[in-house]
Design a protein around this ligand. Structure first.
Ligand code: NCW
Length: 452
């Protein structure tokens, strides 16, 4: 089934700064938490770091040409905060801003709409040294940074995304220690989630105050539908704990005007939630122009015992769930179950849960498979086409679809071994080789345009 999409529907691809840019010390860039974390032995597979990544900082022109040949309407990328403000506060690095100015000018010259994200996980280390997202001050510093980038690029950029996936920033970063800054905390991770949302709201308010009326503001969330692994009451309760931590912790304050019910009960032993202040919910819940949904897979959740015997020292990630019991469906190279209808469910589920939901974009969707020598990645083509169909099947106000990712890149704690690109990157030579999926997506977009 192929339903029609609204006029102006945007086909795009997505990347993020730390994952592709490399050049981590060029032109006055300050260190980010991912530079520090990837330097810790054992933190990232293979000891990989943000160097060389895809050296996009130096090869951006050729990469924009790849976008132009692909024929996308829009390009989602992120701006590196420590390139623009090396310590996250105060002094601005002109050379960093100039890089992004050249980039968005290059996009406009090629007729491609820029969709920058202001924060895709690379917090300046200088702010982490002052508490990072555990600290309320970081939310204000984020709003200052957003306002300054918006003032510099607002003549060329109309779509502004504040955060990419605050869940992994808070939970993998401050709860599980799997992502930078590598902390394993209860209260700290819940505070980080709250301050990320507060920073988002403060940034939207600051940018809107100085923006012309056509500018649009949004946020990007990872949305795995959470389903119980069986019909037992225990698994249902486990799924609802997972759903509160992963989804409603963020979507309820953003779109429902309330903190997620159940969160205080779940974490009464680890936090007093003293980071919440009067007025925060109003700031976090400021109306948005769009919500970006990143979808990769559905979560199947079974009940499991808590790992930590001392409840006061529990990590926020320890909620007594087992997510390893997967249904009998194919898996990607990351081991993620392939369930395209989970994307329909994610989009429709959001619309049903929140009557005041803004229009939606699929801001990331993609996969990893082992390469063949000729880069004929038929599995990726099937994955993408099935997920695009699933997005179309959702009866929601959907404005665009972005494939993750244009290029192979630094896949966080997995390092360079997992490759999400439509274009293969040889990290030794930096040669770019389009995979079969690149040509398929190019022809697909051209066909969509012809159908009008
Ligand atoms: S790891 C992750 N990703 C990948 C990354 O490359 C990209 O930067 C992210 O935006 C691909 O897309 C996103 N997301 C983390 C998903 C966390 C799922 C949480 C499961 C909870 C148990």
């Amino acid at each position: 089934m192929t339903s029609s999409l609204p006029p102006g529907f945007r086909w795009g691809v997505a990347t993020s700064a730390f994952q592709i840019e490399g050049a981590t010390t060029a032109d006055g860039r300050g260190p980010s938490i991912w530079d520090t974390f990837s330097g810790v032995p054992g933190a990232v597979a293979g000891g990989d770091t943000g160097e060389p990544a895809a050296d996009h900082y130096h090869r951006w022109r050729a990469d924009l040409d790849l976008l132009a040949e692909l024929g996308v309407d829009a390009y989602r990328f992120s701006i590196s905060w420590p390139r623009v403000q090396p310590t996250g506060r105060g002094r601005v690095e002109r050379r960093g801003l100039d890089f992004y100015r050249r980039l968005v000018e290059g996009l406009r010259e090629r007729g491609i709409e820029p969709f920058p994200t202001l924060y895709h996980w690379d917090l300046p280390q200088g702010l982490e040294d002052r508490g990072g997202w555990r600290s309320r001050d970081t939310a204000s510093r984020f709003a200052d940074y957003a306002a300054l980038v918006h003032a510099e690029l607002g003549d060329l950029v109309e779509h502004w995304t504040t955060l990419n996936e605050p869940y992994p920033s808070a939970v993998a970063g401050y709860g599980e220690g799997r992502h930078a800054p590598g902390a394993k905390e209860g209260h700290g991770a819940l505070a980080a989630a709250h301050h990320l949302l507060l920073g988002h709201g403060l940034a939207v308010r600051a940018m809107r105050e100085q923006a012309p009326s056509q500018h649009e503001f949004g946020i990007v969330l990872n949305q795995s539908p959470v389903v119980p692994a069986s019909d037992s009451a225990e698994d249902a309760a486990a799924a609802s704990r997972q759903d509160a931590l992963l989804r409603s912790q963020f979507t309820d304050p953003l779109f429902g005007g309330r903190y997620a019910p159940g969160l205080e009960t779940m974490f009464s032993a680890v936090s007093d939630f003293s980071f919440r202040r009067d007025g925060d919910l109003e700031t976090i819940g400021l109306p948005l122009d769009y919500l970006g949904v990143n979808y990769y897979y559905r979560l199947h959740v079974a009940d499991a015992p808590y790992r930590e015997p001392d409840p006061a020292r529990r990590s926020v990630a320890d909620i007594g769930v087992d997510t390893s019991r997967l249904p009998d469906v194919p898996r990607t190279g990351m081991g993620w179950p392939v369930e395209p209808d989970g994307l329909t469910e994610a989009l429709v589920g959001l619309r049903n849960r929140y009557p005041k939901l803004p229009p939606l974009y699929v801001t990331e969707n993609g996969c990893v498979y082992p390469d063949r020598s000729d880069f004929a990645d038929y599995e990726r083509i099937t994955f993408l086409s099935e997920h695009i169909e699933a997005a179309r099947a959702a009866d929601v106000d959907l404005r665009g679809y972005f494939c993750w990712s244009l290029l192979d890149n630094f896949e966080w704690a997995h390092g360079y071994k997992h490759r999400f690109g439509l274009v293969h990157v040889d990290y030794a030579t930096q040669a770019r080789t389009p995979r079969a999926s690149y040509r398929w997506y190019r022809d697909f977009i051209a066909g969509e345009r012809e159908r009008g």
